[in-house]
Write a protein that binds this ligand. Sequence first.
Ligand SMILES: [Fe+2]
Ligand SMILES: [Fe+2]
Length: 148
Amino acid sequence: MKALTKEQIIEALNHDLVAEFSAIEMYGAHAEAIAEDAIVQGVRAILSVEKGHAQELAKRIEELGGEPARPGGAATVAGRAVGAAGAQASTIEMLKLELGEEQQAIKDYSAQVADIVDDDETTTLLEEHLHDEIEHARWLKAQIRALM
Ligand SMILES: [Fe+2]
Ligand SMILES: [Fe+2]
């Protein structure tokens, strides 16, 4: 049986937090760059959910006695790079970059939900995030199919 220690849970939550910061930067850049109004509205709706995820993760890390990562640190440079590259790309290429981030988030949250054994409050939070990321991925897949 696998069971994350409290330190490993804090580490995992900070990994998630940095990924959420990257997603926020990417969706923000793409919302500015995408021409289709209906898609921009959907991207902005996702962006707002990712901001909530980041706030909830930072709060939970503090409750567990950890130090939350800060936005704009070196760890989110990758997110800015993806955002900048995306801003030059076509809508479908931006949607594919976004789907890739969502696919990774689904895998990371799923693994953590599986491996946290004695912290139901954190598990419940991560289950909610997982559900949101699955919905984001579902919407992105439909947009990509419609553009292909
Ligand atoms: Fe998220
Ligand atoms: Fe998401």
